[in-house]
Design a protein around this ligand. Structure first.
Ligand code: TRP
Length: 453
């Protein structure tokens, strides 16, 4: 079984696939709007600290567990800690992947839908965000529109995962990630060269500390997790296809770098344009689908830039979606000996079906709520705010406290001997973050999500 297991073709293949997982709607849709709502630069600063002290140490740990065991999350924990508790941590990850992908695909579908609407010219004559908002409500309010694009987005996701680790995920990431970066560079240059762009740059770089409070710190912490795809074994699964010759620390650093760079670039591209048009940076989740279309409509060449922007979102969403499906597929392939094709069709199909009520949460089922939350909100909340922090907490505890330190160090040094020799303090620092700082901070995030603190 192990001998036939799939692998990345190269280290670059892993980096691009893992960065593809990390860079998603979280970077281009969510990060700009939460930064906008929480005061811009000061929030960005707090976010960068969270990435450094929680995101990076936990990312190394997740990739390491995968690379060491060469297994899916359930198999990996079973191998290292043969206990029911740890197996179920892996299993919760598979469930979280199932849930996140179901609603992620709905939004992914919208992004493809917006590419098509741009081509049809529906976005070209807005005068303000309110008009763009009317179109958005019309589109997301249509059962046919939302379900059709959910289907198309999911079809792409299944198609890529079906073709395997090297032939599907790695190959498509090598094509899509350079395109994503090029589009972002073009959009950033367009933004910076707009008249009035400097106000947008100031918003991102000049901190207003009065906007920072406990709540915004918790949002930054939670987002650090989501954006690096942590807490449910996606990075673990991608790490399991990695060779022991490559350094996990170095790979993790490159993924963190790319993810952060791309979030900041998206912030620059979006806020320069929003401020140049004199619009509200704190528009919330509608920033992308309501504010930006109005910005594009008023810009020379706006249709072209709108097209690039929604294409960028669609690519970012797709490379993340495939990592979510891969976790579920890897579990059934490794543990239940299904073929990849069967796993993709049966479980991909079930995730697709679970996505339907999420798509309907914006139309047919919008009045069906529990504690004010629609079906979409509930699945998002349980997965992103409860299961992910819980998974991240358990991963930090596992590597910090449960797995023997000698074994951890032997494993992490494979492919990275020189790093630990040149920077002897790195080991101690990594363990302090894993053993104490990450567990305490993540517990606070979790309790806050549950409404306890
Ligand atoms: N990181 C992705 C984003 O920023 C989302 C994502 C993909 C994810 N795979 C994940 C989040 C696994 C958590 C866990 O949009």
């Amino acid at each position: 079984m192990i001998q036939n297991r799939e692998r990345w073709g190269s280290k670059l293949g892993f980096i691009l696939a893992a960065a593809g997982s990390a860079v998603g709607l979280g970077n281009i849709w969510k990060f700009p709007y939460i930064a906008g709502e929480n005061g811009g630069a000061a929030f960005v600063f707090v976010y960068l600290i969270c990435i450094g002290i929680i995101g990076f140490p936990v990312l190394i740990s997740e990739i390491l567990i995968g690379r060491t065991t060469q297994k899916n999350p359930v198999g990996a924990f079973a191998m290292l800690a043969n206990s029911k508790l740890w197996r179920s941590v892996g299993f919760l990850g598979v469930i979280a992947g199932f849930m996140i992908l179901s609603f992620y695909s709905v939004i992914g579908g919208w992004t493809i839908g917006y590419v098509i609407e741009t081509l049809r010219g529906s976005l070209s004559d807005f005068h303000n965000p309110a008009e763009a908002g009317i179109l958005f409500n019309q589109l997301s309010g249509s059962v046919l529109w939302t379900i059709s694009y959910h289907t198309i987005f999911f079809g792409f996701t299944m198609f890529i995962v079906m073709r395997g680790v090297q032939g599907g995920i790695e190959r498509s990431s090598k094509i899509m990630m350079p395109i994503l970066l090029s589009i972002l560079i073009i959009l950033m240059i367009r933004g910076i060269t707009l008249e009035g762009a400097s106000k947008g740059l100031a918003f991102l770089w000049v901190p207003d500390w009065s906007k920072i409070n406990g709540q915004s710190i918790l949002i930054a912490l939670g987002h650090a997790f989501f954006t690096l795809s942590l807490g449910m074994g996606a990075m673990l699964t991608y790490g399991s296809y990695m060779s022991k010759k490559d350094s996990v620390v170095n790979a993790a650093a490159q993924v963190v770098f790319l993810d952060t760079l791309i979030a900041l670039m998206a912030g620059v591209a979006i806020f320069t344009a929003v401020f140049a048009s004199g619009l509200d940076p704190a528009a919330g989740p509608g920033l992308i689908f309501k504010t930006l279309p109005a910005v594009f409509a008023s810009m020379t060449g706006g249709t072209f830039f709108a097209l690039l922007f929604f294409l960028l979102l669609a690519i970012a969403a797709l490379t993340s979606a495939i990592s979510l499906l891969e976790v579920v597929v890897a579990y059934f392939v490794d543990e239940k000996e299904w073929t990849r094709k069967q796993a993709v069709l049966i479980f991909g199909g079930s995730i697709y079906l679970l996505g339907i009520p999420s798509a309907l949460s914006f139309n047919l089922m919008s009045d069906l709520t529990l504690y004010g939350k629609t079906f979409f909100d509930i699945v998002d909340f349980i997965a992103s705010n409860v299961l992910l922090p819980f998974g991240g907490l358990m991963i930090a505890i596992f590597v910090g406290w449960v797995w023997s330190r000698t074994e951890v160090m032997n494993a992490v040094k494979e492919g990275a001997e020189s790093l630990f020799e040149s920077y002897p303090w790195f080991e101690g620092l990594w363990f302090i973050f894993l053993k104490f700082i990450a567990p305490v901070l993540i517990t606070v995030v979790l309790l806050n999500s549950l409404g306890i603190v």
